[in-house]
Design a protein around this ligand. Sequence first.
Ligand code: GLN
Ligand code: ZN
Length: 767
Amino acid sequence: MQTHNLGYPRIGSNRELKKACEQYWSGKISLTELLSKGKNISEHNWKLQQEAGIDLIPSNDFSYYDQILDMSLTVGAIPKRYNQVALKSNNEMDLYFAMARGYQKEGLDITAMEMTKWLDTNYHYIVPEFYKNQEFKLFSNKIVNEFVSAKRLGINSKPVIIGPVSYLLLGKEKEEGFDKLDLVKRLLPVYVEILTELKAHGAEWIQFDEPFLALDINAQAKEAYQYVYVELKKKFPLLKILVATYFEGLKDNLVLAASLPVHALHIDLVRNPEQLDEVLTAIPGQLILSLGVVDGRNVWKNDFEQSLSIIKKAVAQLGSDRVLIAPSCSLLHSPCDLDLETNDKTLTPEIKQWLAFAKQKIDEVVVLKALASENPDAIALEKLEENKKATASRSTSKLIHNEQIKQRVNAITAKDATRTSPFSIRKKTQQEILQLPIFPTTTIGSFPQTPEVRSWRAQFKKGDITLAEYDTLLKKETEETIRWQEEVGIDVLVHGEFERNDMVEYFGEQLDGFTFTKNGWVQSYGSRCVKPPIIYGDVHRPNAMTVYWTEFAQSLTKSLVKGMLTGPVTILQWSFVRNDQPRPVTCNQIALAIRDEVVDLEKAGIKVIQIDEPAIREGLPLRKAAWQAYLQWAVNAFKISASGVKDGTQIHTHMCYSEFNDIIQNIADMDADVITIECSRSQMELLDAFADFKYPNDIGPGVYDIHSPRVPSKEEMVALLEKAKAVIPAEQLWVNPDCGLKTRHWPETKSALIAMVAAAKELSAKE
Ligand code: GLN
Ligand code: ZN
């Protein structure tokens, strides 16, 4: 039995890579320095895994930006628009970063490649671009170079390479007239070249990541899988190829996966433990099975007894020689090192004993192997005892379990998730109370978080200014924002969200059942990292969370001020979630907390309340068969949060995308009085889903893109609104930007909103 790892976090335990890249981009360090810092991280990771006792240590899991972009550079899938960068600069890295981030200097203005979410994670990869006459050729030697570097440290590493079929499926055709999978015959020779070199340098194992083997794929993709791995077997009969799947079960692709002529197959037994029996039955003669038992996507300590029962079952069937033990997926999605959490106040020792980050997960894999052997040593047995204790303490801890909350969730009825009257009646009642004009204007919530606003928060956190001083500063900023919105004539105002660091963290900090880390960073994209809160216990709202600021803002003005909340699904989706109860239960607990807040806002006299749910769509399961079950509980949780108020209180929701075609019924089921969505970048075409469906409630299609500093003209916005009006009845339309304005500066924000209000006025004049 051997252990292996599918990938280690590359940002560095103190975000060294982030800092180094950003310094390089801003010209503060040289390329040599950047490369040396990158090398330090890889070497540190290799040594750490070697010392921990991992048998097969990954290489090429390191990346300066993204592993899929690395592959595009490796196989020479470099879009033509970067030719000039390649000519100008003599190093590969400048070309690489230009592809990742765009290139705006020396008279060139070249856009970056597109970025999108890596399957169902919060990591974003750079989408390969494919053209009809796409050629591939070996362009970068990164994979081999990394292998050689590890070898110098005495490590015969297992290069991790995105498999050819998944690589193509992750990309996008940029021209009509071909299918990306048609390119497989042109792509494979480059893979053959890479493997030839790796073999020449002494590589024994290669890991091909093929996550699409665990997703819904068509017949052409299935054929491609057969073709690729049969060809590779012909060319490299002795190379040990491990095909890695994760985030889902093999399910209907099991027969295909088991038939591939490879040396080992990795399955995710955290996401889909049920597949074990089926896989054990289907797996042929020699194939080695890699058991992904340690959760690479979450922060909880492994339950050794549970993992051992899985391992023992596999060993009984296959023999220990045919079993590998591993994390469920790459540890890229885990924070680096729990040992760095030394502040007992941020993370109490009681909670800390339940957690494991990447470094600890590596140890868990090694201990599991020891425990699964015939005669586990004393140290391993001691660790098993410790592990049992931690598991037991978690299942009974008072910190986690709150009977009252559990009972309240159990007592939720359909009525709790339904507004008193249907929308048509609510709309009339709300109109009487709110007296809004046609084409009412509003914003999505946040106003610019200037360096000053951020510095106040930092000073307050450090103790350099008092709570009273901080409060005064924020009040001044809020008041100015309210006054400005009044002056411009926006109909539904917001307070600006200056007191918030982040739309999830802000709520997590005020809810029971959440904790935070000092250093639990996870890469989101490039040098960007996020530090998700950890939901460890039953969620409960001890005090009102937003009433203070909303009430303050409303006290300043006769205009309507909209209360701003983050919805239960988004809070769930952007946190590390407890694994000792089903996600929908946790989500319902959060929904009740938000519901209480909504009710409190109503009591405080707030008449319009927005519950943001930008993450509802990204929470969709990877397999379509699971969509409806998810949407059912997710939509219901939103409705629980929104349905505690009277007919006259107007509930808004906001989502930062507008690909709603396949879930429009579910969006309608949310029954928000108003939904604001992103639309301007697609020229309102994305509204068609709402139009075709005859979406009944009010809609605010974003009329300008807040992601760019560009100020749109009134005419542009009028044109967009005319387009919207052509497909959605005017009385249903709101006028607002695409998303919150916190990343913008004031000057462009002001100009854009002034033009937006003028556009709304112009349209209403025509009615
Ligand atoms: N209310 C939030 C804001 O304006 C919404 C952010 C989001 O949709 N991601 O910042
Ligand atoms: Zn948004």
